[in-house]
Design a protein around this ligand. Sequence first.
Ligand code: PNS
Length: 164
Amino acid sequence: MEKICVFPGSFDPVTIGHLDLIERAAGLFDRVVVAVLHNPAKNGRFTVEKRLELLEKACAHVPNVSFDHFEGLLVDYMRSVGACIVLRGLRGVRDFESECQMAQLNRQMAPGVETLFLPTDPAHAHISSSAVREIGLFGGDVTPYVPATISADVARLLSPQPDR
Ligand code: PNS
């Protein structure tokens, strides 16, 4: 039976920290499904379509990864695709508290769903999508924080007057 994990997140946009986790998970599972949360109540900086496009471009070298999006509860999405392992990255103790709570809530709502945590590479512990957005919006250089294949796209899309 195929071993699948779901890596859910906002990916607004994908960072090198996310990419590292996807590559490592791809070595541990037969298939990694990267699932972008589509939250109609909260507008991200990037549309869900653009986030997926950037993810696909950044992960083009990873053969066993696929991409999807979901609305609502993660556990409902897990049931709908028949997957039972959620992968989340931990940058440090600050992530642990909220991630542990989310994993416990998800486990209570769906006892068959397990959350596995991978510690991020220490070199990426300070990187977040929100920091990338802020740096890009104020004209800073985003290239150290996002995958090289998409850094020009991210910089352009975050620039105050993007040339779309
Ligand atoms: O990249 P993020 O923003 O840290 O990802 C958070 C995400 C999308 C994994 C989380 O917010 C989520 O699963 N949202 C869907 C709603 C849900 O199921 N919440 C968990 C119960 S509190």
